[in-house]
Design a protein around this ligand. Structure first.
Ligand code: SF4
Ligand code: SF4
Length: 473
């Protein structure tokens, strides 16, 4: 027989009025050294509230006072916003793979080789059917004012160009379209079509010289594609909606500062410098160490700031800009790898060419994470399946040492695909940690030095208002 105790007892709730920092109901303030001469950061890790405090005033702040009482008035609001960001969002984008095939064989690709080599295209009729299903789904979930995004993604979407372009033509009013391409097929006609349909275009390049860039990005015969990518960049010059993705690996990390100069010269509007994802074994052979990767990445960030100061024109590095936004205006962040749970399966999902649905492109090819099929199952039901829940339920609070980490809501402990495939468990860290620590510390130094504008897009704060401001700490 089971014995349960479920009587309620009154009058025993804790009496703390929250007068003291770090005890009772008082605010939790973790202090972190950000490597700045004058400032340290004080962070409430649960709400991602932060403040930069003069080193000599730290003891005062931890003894209560103005910051603590001002924060106490707002902490519920911050907690609510963070909760909404982490658990209250609905999908608004789809990474749509219109083909399994790719004309390249990059070392770090997350799509299994056999699929890329021998795979199939999605037929045009099926592509239209998929877009129609997605249109109806988003109509039922998103407000009329917001347009969902469809990003045609790799393998290489331009191998199935006719179907993709027909889809963009037919559904231009219903979606914001983007395409991520290796740029080898981005000829004049393709650029004309995509730019005249306001499609955002992401291309990939890892270094400013063929010698380095071609080490990791090459075709099936081992020939690099540097020249073709440079030709495509020339065609794109002047268009606002394009960007370049660079993947940081052991092969190119020493070139990041030169790459910044090169992108700036080429008038690239914005770029991403993503640390290598180590989901599949081949990528792990070119995995850089955290410390070294951070050193070169931060030097590249320094260079973007110098260029901004010298020329008045910046080169926002999107993934870093996202961390800055995560700190300054959490709800304005645009990328979703650095929040926990990550965006996979809750802010977006990925669609394979046969209609199979995965929480994120990183999981395509990992059968365990197939949640269902767009042509056979209802989208809301797929979002609730166990493979999706494994990803959407992965929280920093369940991961060691992230659950104790003050910057856990600026880092998010990416990436679940990496953690699962590389470290054997969803509730482990992924391939990097110190890299993210250094990035956040750098971001807080940028804020302390009032240099935020040098790292973000023009007009980044349009429509934003201060929700918390206190001077003199
Ligand atoms: S953290 Fe990994 S699984 Fe999550 S959105 Fe980023 S790449 Fe996808
Ligand atoms: S991965 Fe490292 S920096 Fe990120 S939350 Fe975990 S402990 Fe913190």
């Amino acid at each position: 027989m089971a014995i349960t105790k479920n009587k309620s007892v009154t009058g025993t709730t804790a009496p703390s009025r929250g007068r003291f920092v770090n005890t009772g109901n008082g605010p939790t303030f973790q202090v972190i050294d950000i490597g700045h001469a004058d400032y340290a950061a004080v962070i409430d890790p649960d709400t991602a509230f932060w403040s930069l405090v003069k080193r000599e005033k730290l003891a005062d702040v931890l003894s209560g006072g103005a910051l603590s009482s001002a924060y106490a008035k707002k902490s519920h609001q911050f907690a609510k916003e963070m909760n909404n960001l982490r658990f209250g969002l609905k999908p608004s984008a789809v990474y749509f793979n219109p083909t399994e095939r790719c004309n390249m064989n990059c070392t770090y690709c997350y799509i299994p080789e056999k699929m890329r080599h021998d795979g199939k295209h999605m037929q045009e009729k099926k592509l239209f059917e998929a877009l129609e299903i997605l249109k109806q789904y988003f109509r039922s979930t998103l407000p009329k004012s917001s347009k969902p995004q469809i990003i045609f993604h790799g393998a290489e979407p331009l191998l199935n160009r006719d179907a993709v372009f027909a889809g963009i033509e037919a559904y231009g009013k219903d979606f914001l379209f983007g395409i991520q391409t290796n740029a080898t097929l981005l000829d004049d006609a393709a650029v004309d079509f995509l730019t005249s349909h306001d499609v955002s275009i992401g291309i990939s390049l890892d270094a400013p010289t063929a010698r380095i860039a071609d080490k990791t990005r090459k075709n099936w015969d081992g020939q690099g594609t540097f020249k073709q990518v440079i030709a495509a960049m020339k065609r794109l010059k002047g268009y606002e909606g394009w960007s370049v993705i660079c993947t940081i690996s052991i092969a190119n990390m020493r070139q990041l500062t030169n790459l910044v100069d090169f992108f700036h010269e080429q008038e690239v509007p914005t770029c991403l410098m993503n640390i290598l994802r180590c989901t599949l074994p081949p990528s792990r052979s070119i995995k850089p160490g955290d410390e070294q990767a951070a050193k070169y990445f931060l030097a590249a960030l320094d260079r973007t700031c110098e260029l901004y100061q010298q020329t008045g024109r910046g080169l926002p590095i999107g993934n870093f800009a996202n961390i800055l936004l995560a700190i300054i205006a959490p709800a304005a962040r645009r990328l979703m790898c650095d929040i926990s749970p990550c965006g996979g399966g809750r802010c977006f999902f990925a669609l394979a060419p046969n209609g199979d649905m995965f929480p994120c492109s990183e999981f395509i090819g990992v059968d365990r994470f197939r949640g269902g099929n767009l042509f056979k199952n209802d989208i809301p039901a797929v979002l609730e399946t166990e493979p999706f829940r494994l990803v959407t339920g992965r929280k920093v609070e369940d991961i060691e040492p992230c659950r104790r980490c003050a910057i856990r809501h600026f880092c998010g402990s990416p990436c679940p695909a990496e953690a699962y495939e590389m470290n054997g468990d969803m509730h482990k860290t992924g391939a990097f940690c110190e890299f993210y620590e250094e990035q956040v510390r750098y971001a807080l130094r940028v804020i302390a030095d009032k240099k935020v504008d040098a790292y973000l897009w023009d007009g980044w704060d349009k429509g934003m208002k201060d929700t918390f401001a206190i001077q003199g700490v």
